[in-house]
Structure formats: C-alpha cells, structure tokens
Design a protein around this ligand. Structure first.
Ligand SMILES: C[S@@+](CC[C@H](N)C(=O)[O-])C[C@H]1O[C@@H](n2cnc3c(N)ncnc32)[C@H](O)[C@@H]1O
Length: 345
C-alpha cells in the first residue's frame, strides 16, 4: 500500500493518477483519502513519480513500530497537529538510533528531501479516517522542473503553462509511447516538451511564427539534452485554417485565454468575453475533431473569468465530441482561471 502526496489541485492529481494507472494497466484501489493525499492499494515502482505532474511524494505505508531509519530522518505531517511529531519521535527512538532533522514547517519540501538525502528516511504521518505512516520512496525532482523551465533557449514567463500542468495533461490524454499529439496553440512548446519526454511524437502549430520558431528551438534543445528519439513537426497556421494529412492520437493544448485581465471587469464584460470565446472554440474544436482519431481525447484548457460575485465559465458542446469531465484550476486571487476540459471523439 502506498501514500501518494498530491499537488495543489487534488481533483486534477487524482484524475491524472487514475488515467495513468489505466493506461499502464496497473491495478489500483483507493483505500482512503485526506485533503492532500491518497492511500492506494497497488503494486508500483515508486520511480513512476517521474511520469506524474500532480504527485509530490510517494511513500510506502508501514506500521510506525516497523519503521527503521538510520542517520538523520525527517517527519512530515498531513492532517495531524504539529505536536504529533514528538509522539512519532519517541516511538522511533525505541527502535532506532537515528536523529530527527527538525524544520520550522510541518512538511519537508522536495528540495529539502533531495538536498538532505532523506529518501527512505522521511516519515509521513497522514490522517484521514485513520492515521497512516509511510516512508518516502520517491519525490518529484524540483531541479528537473527548473531545468526544463528556465534552461530552455526561449522562455515566455507567465504566458507559458506550468511544466507540472503540462505533464498532467499528457497523462489525461491516455497516450502510449509512439503515439502522436497535436498542440494547435503551441506557444513556446511546453506541452510538446512534456509529451516528448514521455516518448510521444508531437506536431505543434500556432498562428504566430515567432512561437513556432521558438518552440522548435526549445524542442531541439530538449531532444539533445535528453537524447529523445520521438519525432517533432511544426507549422505556422491559424487553428481554423490548419491543413494536415495527419490524424492524431490526442490533441492537448492550452489555448488563447482571452485578453489579459489585471483589473476586475463588470459582469457584462465578462459575459461578452466568454461569449466571444465560446463562438471561437466551438468552431476550433469542430475543426480539430476532424484530425482526431475516433475514440481519442482532446484535453484543452479554457478560461474562467471571475467578477466580484460571479464566476463565468465556458460551455461548449462541439458536435462529434463528448465531454467526459471538466476540472477547474483557479487561483483564489486571480481574475482569470483555467478549466481543463476532457473531450472524447
Ligand atoms: C496561452 S498560449 C499557449 C502557451 C503554450 N501552451 C506554452 O506553454 O508555451 C496561446 C497561444 O495561442 C496562439 N493563438 C491564439 N489564437 C490562435 C489561433 N486562432 N490559431 C492558432 N494559434 C493561436 C497564440 O499565438 C499563443 O501562442
């Protein structure tokens, strides 16, 4: 049994895991869940964390009295009060000669775990309906995420989708190695980067030539850094005019989210923007559906606009596509948020 410590958006992380397990034929059963973790009965190699964008840590559930640690160890608390650490420390002292690494916060970060070499020596205490103890087997690699983001030759800061989210979207698409995806609003190519790292071939298009050129340079850098063999192809085109003979195993994209909104807008203005975008995306998705293979998925991020009292969301029903699920990802302080739509043809 394993504890999966999840990222900020639990619903999204949970959906990613269930798609990932299904695609890779891994049997699993969710036994319990807390605010930010799942207890899952499954057999996995904890290194699968490298494939996941929404999981921060994977720990092996172990009774507290069976925990064996050497040297320095750490404790992270999920859903339990901070004084729990003293009880855990006392119990561990009975069976171990290790020394507790104290931090001011109640959870160790991935950076601390990697820097202090605490894999196999971090005790997770997790409470939902009952208390579970687990020993961390793997954490996401924070340095790898940073490298993929800031070391690529072309960057676009806030306009790029976070690497973590792009990874989640690739998993939601339920792809196999050797499949090919299209990102028709590819920007500087973040989603395509994540796909290539999973052995997926990519086709990127964008109406802006600067984007397709920058994305191509980013992808060439990535392929060289990671010795990737999967193929890539780019085209500068408006999505509505996109001509291609290829048919894709998925379309994964973060689209145009409307004009940048720094200040709050009126309800009338929010509705106007959403209506305009609805019309555009109805057309765009109809077009995209013609280059998607039957039974395959479109994962697309669409905008949500918040006014003082109301949240405005897109509602599109493109013909030939079935809406499987939508999951919101809205920062409490932002005016524009994201909603991840999963369609199937
Ligand atoms: C939010 S950005 C995509 C960011 C990208 N996922 C990344 O991380 O780099 C949206 C992109 O859509 C492109 N775009 C906007 N309208 C378009 C259209 N009608 N057809 C094709 N591309 C379009 C823009 O040029 C922009 O690069």
């Amino acid at each position: 049994m394993y504890a999966f410590v999840l990222g900020k958006n639990k619903e999204l992380s949970k959906e990613e895991l269930s798609c990932y397990f299904e695609t890779n034929n891994i049997k699993f059963k969710i036994i319990n869940e807390g605010n930010d973790f799942l207890i899952i009965d499954t057999k996995i190699d904890p290194e699968i964390i490298k494939d996941l964008g929404g999981t921060l840590k994977i720990g092996k559930v172990t009774p507290l009295e069976d925990i064996r640690v050497e040297g320095i160890y750490g404790v992270s608390l999920y859903g339990v009060p901070s004084h729990t650490v003293f009880r855990v420390k006392k119990k561990i002292k009975e069976n171990n000669k290790a020394k507790l690494f104290i931090t001011r916060k109640d959870k160790l970060t991935a950076v601390e775990i990697v820097m202090k070499d605490l894999i196999g020596r971090e005790v997770l205490v997790l409470r939902s309906k009952k208390i579970y103890y687990a020993i961390t087997q793997s954490v996401y690699d924070p340095f790898e995420y940073k490298k993929l983001d800031v070391e690529r030759p072309n960057q676009r800061g806030m306009l790029s989708i976070p690497i973590r989210l792009s990874k989640i979207m690739i998993n939601l698409a339920k792809l196999k190695k050797g499949d090919t995806i299209l990102d028709p609003f590819c920007g500087y190519g973040t989603i395509l980067q994540s796909a290539l790292l999973s052995g997926i071939n990519v086709y990127g298009s964008d109406k802006d030539e600067d984007c397709t050129e920058s994305a191509e340079l980013n992808i060439e850098w990535l392929k060289e850094q990671y010795k990737i063999k999967a193929k890539h192809k780019f085209k500068t085109s408006d999505v509505l005019d996109l001509e291609t003979e290829d048919k894709f195993d998925a379309i994964v994209t973060e689209s145009y989210l409307g004009p940048p909104l720094r200040k709050s807008v009126t309800e009338e203005r929010a509705q106007e923007i959403i209506d305009e975008l609805n019309t555009f995306y109805e057309k765009a998705l109809e077009k995209l559906s013609t280059v998607l293979k039957k039974g395959k998925r479109i994962i697309i991020i669409l905008p949500v606009i918040r006014t003082r009292d109301k949240t405005f969301r897109m509602s599109i029903e493109p013909k030939d596509l079935k809406l499987i699920k939508k999951i919101s990802d809205i920062h409490p302080k932002h005016i524009t948020g994201r909603e991840i739509f999963i369609f199937e043809k």
